[in-house]
Design a protein. Structure first.
Length: 543
């Protein structure tokens, strides 16, 4: 039974079974949401699936297609799952579920290492087993590496604290270096973990007046080089400039004010206004809509007291290093967000690592509060915030047609349930090549087993903004350009539709149109057209 007295007397024998129960709760919740079809299938996720398919066919990508800061580790994991479970969208998400359960498990272990209270550690795990909408979204839908980053971060924290023990084994240094290297390759975000962990190791040895022998240093370097080997190979072929630029947010360059101080202030504003509400689950990451208004007061009250507990927490002792490490990770993340172009993106994905120290402190607050609050009240607040997270997530999961989406721009949201009839229609008409936008091209390719290929050369923003980064896989462009006929697919863009019709009329072409859900298909063109001939002024360079 759970301990409601606030005393850490939970039986050791019951702890492993309780941890398994928490993981089963998290697994069941994920399966319920997937059964509800709560997550639309999006282009980023489709690219991971396509990479997995290509890996099975012999490809060996190092980075996520079209960028050089997120490694292909997620795609290799997906490829392995494809081999076992089949090439399906569910299989991509199954990989994310396993990563997520490992994140929950390692968070429980970190929590127990920090405050040595089993009940508090289990409560921390429960808050991640059924988490906020933001955390639910990015631990279910693959965007290429967020699950891996969180897991490697947790593993690195655990390994660092283990190395700070009295007699660490030499092999543990090799593991530490390997975690840093593979973590960096999988996602540069893991730097917010590796830098504080490295600093803690160095500071600890200086404090002990203990000089590292050559063996641990050598083992760390070997592990680091092994983990970084894919990155080293890529740099050897491409140079280091693009990698550094991507790591510091070159993809978001131009989204912030040009003046450095103005950009920092804008990023700080983004964090203060949008950060806390999405981190704590008060709103979904794509909207300012408040969630679960009935239960929201419980969440507000609970997290306010948890933050108070964090600020005035006095019980350090053996947990001082763990708390210091968690705090350093959080501070480094916030600094990185404010000081780099990533701060121009107010989406909740960059705030995910902050949830780990928050739930760890939340579990401790219920069991070992800094301030004197009746035990019953603490448990009522905990149950209230737990119910809030369930209701808020379900509330979004049942909103039709967009549900729990990764899309922040409404114009980019498409009802993916129309992709199947779209695929059937295009196949029946023989329109297997053409032009569309980023959010259509890659899901269409994955779901059709790459029989239907469309080059993402059309804009989806109302102001016709377009980036060549949308073209993530050059062979698709080559297939379309060599095709004797093409069709065009647009979504939610009446101005673009008008532009295309006008161009067709100028070229004296005939064509047909078909609307399927959110998709408009221009097909059966009397002559093949290239974008250069239909006034594709949005393209920075003509294909």
């Amino acid at each position: 039974m759970l301990n409601l007295t606030g005393k850490p007397n939970f039986r050791r024998a019951a702890f492993p079974a309780s941890v398994i129960a928490v993981l089963l709760v998290g697994l069941l919740w994920k399966l319920v949401l997937l059964g509800q079809e709560a997550f639309p299938f999006n282009a980023d996720e489709a690219i991971v699936g396509l990479m997995g398919r290509h890996i099975l066919a012999g490809a060996r990508p190092i980075f996520f297609y079209g960028q050089a800061y997120m490694g292909a580790l997620d795609a290799y994991l997906v490829a392995g799952a494809f081999r076992i479970f089949g090439i399906e969208v569910f299989t991509i998400r199954l990989v994310q579920i396993f990563l997520y359960l490992a994140i929950v498990l390692t968070t429980i272990l970190i929590a127990y290492g920090v405050h040595r209270d089993r009940v508090a550690a289990l409560l921390s795990g429960l808050l991640l087993a059924i988490p906020t909408v933001n955390f639910t979204l990015y631990t279910t839908v693959s965007l290429g590496g967020y699950g891996e980053a969180l897991l490697f971060g947790n593993l690195l924290i655990l390994q660092t604290l283990k190395l700070r023990g009295a007699t660490p084994k030499s092999g543990q240094y090799l593991i530490w270096g390997l975690l840093v290297g593979v973590g960096f390759w999988s996602f540069g975000l893991t730097l917010i973990y590796s830098i504080p962990c490295a600093f803690l190791l160095i500071r600890g040895h200086i404090k002990r007046n203990f000089q590292l022998s050559q063996t641990p240093i050598l083992l760390i370097l070997i592990g680091l080089l092994l983990g970084l080997s894919p990155v080293i190979i890529w740099i050897g072929a491409n140079g280091v400039g693009e990698l550094v630029g991507e790591l510091f947010g070159s993809a978001l360059a131009g989204s912030s004010p040009n003046q450095w101080l103005a950009a920092i202030l804008a990023h700080l504003k983004n964090f203060l206004i949008f950060g806390p509400t999405v981190i704590l689950g008060f709103r979904p990451p794509w909207s300012t809509e408040a969630l679960s208004l009935t239960l929201l007061p419980f969440a507000l009250g609970f997290w306010s007291l948890v933050l108070f507990h964090m600020v005035f927490r006095r019980r350090l002792g053996k947990s001082a290093e763990g708390i210091s490490l968690l705090g350093s990770v959080s501070v480094l993340l916030i600094m990185g967000y404010i000081l780099t172009p990533f701060g121009a993106d107010p989406s909740g994905r960059y705030f995910l690592p902050l949830m780990i120290p928050l739930v760890i402190m939340a579990g401790e607050f219920v069991q070992l509060p800094t301030i004197k609050i009746p035990t019953l009240m603490r448990w009522i607040l905990f149950l209230g915030v737990f119910a809030f997270q369930i209701h808020a997530t379900w509330q979004m999961a049942t909103v039709q047609p967009h549900r729990i989406t990764t899309q922040f721009d409404a114009i980019a949201r498409i009802d993916d349930r129309a992709l199947a009839p779209l695929t059937s229609f295009l196949a029946s008409q023989g329109e297997i090549r053409g032009y569309t936008n980023y959010w259509v091209a890659y899901p269409l390719a994955f779901l059709s087993e790459e029989k239907i290929i469309y080059y993402p050369a059309l804009p989806y923003h109302e102001d016709f903004r377009y980036t060549l980064r949308d073209n993530r896989y050059a062979p698709y462009q080559e297939l379309v350009e060599s095709s004797p006929s093409v069709a065009l697919i647009t979504t939610h863009h009446s101005a673009l539709d008008k532009n295309l019709r006008s161009s067709f009329e100028t070229l004296e072409l005939s064509w047909d149109e078909k609307v399927i859900g959110d998709f408009r298909v221009f097909f059966n063109l009397s002559e093949r057209v290239d974008l250069a001939f239909i006034g594709a002024s949005w393209l920075p360079t003509q294909p």
